[in-house]
Design a binder for this molecule. Structure first.
Ligand SMILES: Cc1cc2nc3c(=O)[nH]c(=O)nc-3n(C[C@H](O)[C@H](O)[C@H](O)COP(=O)(O)OP(=O)(O)OC[C@H]3O[C@@H](n4cnc5c(N)ncnc54)[C@H](O)[C@@H]3O)c2cc1C
Ligand code: SF4
Length: 445
């Protein structure tokens, strides 16, 4: 039974050194560290700027968890997702489980194999039976393999006993609790005696004698702790810059993705679980993955508008289309502007990113064609960034222990990955959080 997070938020005191660990941001990075430290008997405070939206499985849930970010764009008008809610982006993730890419972490000398397996056993990771995959998605699998590609069922962090057929609501927040999210670890932390304070936006790091000793919220209240962990996603950049770490957010990754839709007569994947199958066969060489998933109707309307209002008539296909996504490892570029009122970031796909997207899109169209879609039914939506990451990279803003130049100040979330992962992020961030907890435990001993 989950503890009710909001009930514990009232009586946090501003006492110095009250906490062993203060974690800012309750996405998977923050909840993993907080939960791991509470399991080790440490006094933990988890601070989250958003609330705890529980009416999941509808478009309003998606907007509330994502802080209306489907409407937030980079300077170049491409959409970039950010969240503001208990559990962060994991609440609206698709549920695709991909382990940390070895090629990325080998380069920085980090081995996450132990933590990856530990997370696997806790995150309900498995493949879906056919009944939860759905007939259209199974048809895509068959067509791709007929064409000589190597598509398979993919792992997901979804409990098959609670998940139901003909449901595609994962990105609206799972209303049945069948999808693993950071809230599972957050609730675990509460049961272990940790504190969660929602609706608390942290504005500044308190630094004394070169060491981080606490944080201050937007109302001026101060919280003190021995170790300060920033797990605020893109929000880390403003906090670090205000603390003098100006290198943060000078370039970043977003794992550009592009949805390609088509209409296959007499079948569609609109009500089928996303990302249950796909392929990583192009990842090592070409830096992209292909997975069936498409956007919901309201975000489709936004993306069609961005593509050009003359494409708007394609909206009629919203409930009869089948979509496949290409997601690429993009080049580090652009900048985060934490204090800009009009746009939060500036970034466009590089020539290499565009080539990767095109190569992936060409394969997607072959598969859709084979499944019966005609070329005039295709819709290639504009690329967008679903995984803002690598803003405070390992070996750049943080060291291998995820510590910044300021002693006792750490980052732990998707912002520390050393480069674009180009594939689902959650499992990697959980593994990083578990690894950091071991380091903190040793430091606090
Ligand atoms: C639509 C969508 C689908 C996805 N699907 C998948 C998938 O299938 N599989 C997968 O592995 N990954 C997926 N991802 C990516 C994955 O969900 C995210 O990359 C990951 O959850 C990020 O976790 P995080 O801990 O880095 O940060 P976040 O989830 O961004 O959490 C940061 C938290 O910090 C809080 N915060 C920010 N600033 C402050 C502040 N100043 N004070 C206090 N709190 C603050 C925010 O409110 C937020 O809750 C998806 C992402 C999206 C958007
Ligand atoms: S498909 Fe399964 S995991 Fe996804 S929202 Fe529906 S019930 Fe939840």
């Amino acid at each position: 039974m989950s503890a009710e997070p909001s009930k514990k938020k009232q009586d946090v005191k501003s006492t110095r050194n009250e906490y062993d660990v203060i974690v800012v941001g309750s996405g998977v990075g923050g909840t993993t560290v907080a939960r791991e430290m509470s399991r080790r008997g440490k006094k933990v405070l988890l601070l989250e700027r958003g609330g705890n939206w529980t009416a999941l499985g509808n478009s309003m849930a998606n907007l509330m968890v994502m802080q209306w970010s489907p409407l937030i764009f980079s300077k170049q008008l491409s959409a970039i997702y950010c969240t503001s809610n208990y559990g962060g982006a994991s609440v609206v993730s698709c549920g695709a489980a991909v382990p940390p890419p070895k090629k990325v972490f080998d380069k920085v000398g980090i081995d996450l194999s132990v933590e990856t397996e530990e997370a696997r056993s806790e995150m309900w990771i498995n493949k879906m039976p056919d009944v939860l995959v759905g007939p259209t998605t199974l048809r895509l699998l068959e067509c791709a393999n007929d064409l000589g590609y190597h598509w398979t069922k993919l792992e997901r962090f979804v409990d098959v006993n609670r998940c139901v057929p003909n449901c595609s609501d994962c990105m609206l927040g799972c209303p049945r609790g069948a999808k693993w999210t950071g809230r599972i670890y957050g609730d675990d932390m509460l049961r272990n005696g940790g504190d969660l304070q929602l609706n608390t936006k942290i504005m500044n790091i308190i630094v004394e004698n070169g060491k981080a000793v606490g944080v201050q919220d937007s109302k001026g209240k101060k919280y003190y702790g021995k170790k300060i962990i920033l797990s605020a996603g893109v929000g880390n950049v403003g906090l670090l810059r205000r603390a003098g770490l100006n290198e943060a957010g000078r370039s970043f990754a977003v794992d550009y993705l592009q949805f390609i839709g088509g209409v296959i007569p007499h079948m569609n994947s609109v009500y089928e679980q996303p990302m249950t199958i796909g392929t990583q066969e192009h990842y090592e060489e070409d830096g992209f993955i292909l997975v069936p998933v498409f956007t919901n109707w309201y975000f489709l309307a936004i993306l069609l508008t961005l593509k050009g209002p003359w494409h708007y008539s394609w909206l009629k296909n919203a409930f009869r289309s089948t979509g496949i996504m290409v997601k690429v490892q993009d080049e580090l570029a652009g900048e985060i502007y934490p204090d800009n009122f009009f746009y939060m970031a500036s970034k466009t796909p590089s020539e290499r990113d565009k080539k990767r997207l095109k190569k992936g899109a060409d394969i997607v169209k072959r598969v859709l064609r084979r499944a019966g879609a005609t070329d005039n039914s295709f819709m290639e939506l504009p690329p967008m960034g679903a995984h803002p990451s690598a803003t405070c990279r390992i070996n750049d803003t943080v060291d291998k222990n995820l510590q910044t130049r300021i002693e006792n100040l750490y980052c732990c979330d998707a912002s520390v990955v050393p480069e674009s992962l180009g594939e689902p992020v959650v499992w990697t961030v959980v593994a990083l959080g578990k690894r950091l907890a071991k380091h903190l435990d040793a430091q606090l001993a």
